[in-house]
Design a protein around this ligand. Structure first.
Ligand SMILES: Cc1cc2nc3c(=O)[nH]c(=O)nc-3n(C[C@H](O)[C@H](O)[C@H](O)COP(=O)(O)OP(=O)(O)OC[C@H]3O[C@@H](n4cnc5c(N)ncnc54)[C@H](O)[C@@H]3O)c2cc1C
Length: 510
């Protein structure tokens, strides 16, 4: 049994779990002057800036996933007193409530799953999202340009209230930041970027006095040293790379990656309708999927995947021509509307155990017309990238730093939030048994939990991307049959919905 003894604000582990590092030094949260929120308070004071500081955790990257980790740490009894440095040069992190209700919609949005909504509620960030524009949706229609079939999903197919919620990225970021700011988590935001990182091997002496100086602990391999672009140096027990797809932490830690570029770009923008949209629409076109996602009021967001050449054309054509192209692509363009009769009716599936899905008789609908562009058009190159390892001594990767996926099913940041939740839970478990939170055997527990789930989702999304990028008669029929099955067969539909909702069961084997 593990026993934790608290004495003068120090915690000693009397027996640690079998596969975690046994701590011979007393664990205590690092104490320093981390409480002030922004190191810009030190700006102009080179003497103070050049002083090294000590933290329990440095989160490199204050994007959505990095801030979610900070909120998650702040919400757990055993981690809420950890000293945390957040490093990111995004100026928005230095402001409170950096979005206003009247601001135009952010063209970057995320479709977030019911599992992510629960996570946001647990960490106390959902109340901030609800104060801004967001759109729950309970219906989804997916079809392709061949006109052979379509699939409609309704939350009621899986006895759920919603399939997801679309939220602008600035709303998610500002909500997480507001939550971090209001918690008691001792934190400091460094408006800078990580330059270099050094981690030395553990010294041979097993007992190290934690009251040694930072440099001595670093020399004994008990702290990592980070150098920031603004000249600050930090000593930390754990470095978390939440610094996105081109992660500097990943590079400095020497993690290899596997992946490829898709030779596809996504054009994203916000559009306006003259009615409210409550459904998520996705049509697979010869060059890639086009999604029209409700974001609240009369706005929707477009994510349109196409070749880089097409994307530069669609980015530069006039607004009228662009809107016409979108309306065509969501309606009769590239091929006819699907009709249920082509592959037969729901009678075909009536013999199945579990029966016909509740929405099997829902008809194909044409999405609402777009009438106005409400934001600039932005283009993003798409790639798949996966770090072969998520953890090594004193380093863990989360979010896009660990995995970048195709956006066709809106799963990327949801996977990152899953990482943040699991890593904070593993850190908390480590503290409970008196482990060193930077010890590799502890961090590998995080990797073992998240890697299979992330790899499975990446494989599913990559399979979709490949299946829909070929225009070949027999394959078109197979795809139509898959749509047809997904539309009619209740257990299959339920499994697809629950997998896409963040309940990590595999669609076909649940
Ligand atoms: C077109 C498109 C549509 C998408 N739609 C969806 C969707 O609907 N649903 C969904 O779940 N996902 C979606 N995604 C994926 C989602 O946007 C990403 O998964 C998400 O942004 C990753 O968040 P992150 O915090 O890990 O990384 P990022 O958002 O990339 O944040 C990384 C942060 O690290 C900082 N940083 C970088 N380098 C350094 C450094 N050296 N030092 C300090 N800080 C640094 C950056 O300033 C940034 O703030 C989409 C992606 C694209 C391209």
């Amino acid at each position: 049994m593990n026993r934790i003894i608290c004495c003068n604000n120090r915690i000693f582990a009397t027996k640690a779990g079998s596969n975690v590092y046994r701590l011979r030094i007393p664990w205590r949260p690092l104490s320093n002057d981390a409480a002030p929120l922004l190191s810009s308070q030190n700006a102009g004071n080179p003497e103070k800036e050049s002083e090294a500081k000590q933290y329990d955790i440095a989160i490199v990257g204050g994007g959505m996933v990095g801030l979610a980790l900070a909120c998650s740490l702040a919400s757990r009894p055993l981690t809420r007193h950890l000293n945390v440095a957040i490093i990111d040069s995004n100026p928005a992190l230095g402001r409170k409530h950096f979005i206003k209700k009247e601001d135009l919609p952010d063209p970057r949005v995320s479709t977030i799953t019911p599992a992510t909504i629960s996570f946001f509620k647990d960490i106390g960030a959902w109340q901030f999202v609800e104060q801004h524009r967001h759109a729950y949706f309970d219906k989804m229609q997916v079809w392709d340009y061949t006109g052979l079939s379509y699939a409609k999903y309704n939350a009621r197919d899986a006895d759920k209230e919603v399939l997801g919620c679309v939220v602008e990225n600035t709303v998610l970021l500002s909500s997480l930041l507001s939550r971090v700011q209001e918690t008691d988590l001792p934190k400091k935001i460094y408006p800078s970027r990580l330059n270099s990182m050094s981690i030395l091997p553990n010294s041979s002496s097993s007992e190290v006095d934690s009251t040694l100086s930072m440099t001595a602990l670093f020399t004994h391999g008990r702290l990592a040293k980070l150098e920031l672009e603004d000249g600050n140096s930090l000593y930390v027990k754990l470095v978390v790379g939440a610094d996105g797809g081109k992660s500097r932490v990943r590079e400095l830690a020497g993690f290899r990656t596997t992946g490829w570029n898709y030779s596809q770009n996504a054009i994203i923008c916000t559009v306006e309708h003259d009615v409210e949209n409550h459904c998520a629409w996705q049509r697979f076109l010869p060059s890639g999927p086009l999604a029209l996602l409700p974001i609240g009021d009369k706005f929707s967001n477009i994510v349109w995947t196409m070749s880089p050449k097409e994307s530069s054309e669609f980015k530069s054509i006039t607004e009228d021509n662009f809107l016409e192209a979108v309306n065509r692509a969501l309606d009769y363009g590239y091929g006819p509307h699907p009709t249920p009769s082509i592959l037969g009716s729901s009678d075909l599936f009536s013999w199945l155990k579990g029966g016909i899905s509740k929405s099997a008789n829902d008809c194909f609908e044409i999405p609402p017309k777009v009438i106005k562009l409400a934001s600039e058009r932005m283009a993003f190159p798409l790639s798949l990238r996966h770090a072969n390892d998520y953890a090594s001594k004193r380093v863990a990767l989360i979010g896009d730093a660990a995995h970048t996926v195709h956006p066709l099913a809106g799963q990327g940041v949801n996977l990152g939030f899953g990482d943040a939740s699991t890593l904070s839970s593993v850190i908390s478990e480590g503290i409970a048994v008196g482990a060193d939170i930077g010890e590799v055997s502890l961090l590998k527990k995080y990797e073992a939990d998240r890697k299979p789930a992330n790899v499975m989702m990446m494989a599913v999304l990559d399979g979709f991307q490949k299946a829909y990028s070929v225009d070949f008669g027999p394959l078109n029929i197979l795809r139509a049959a898959a749509f047809h099955g997904a539309h009619h067969i209740s257990p299959l539909k339920k499994s697809i919905i629950s997998y896409a909702s963040g309940e990590m069961r595999l669609p076909l084997f649940a």
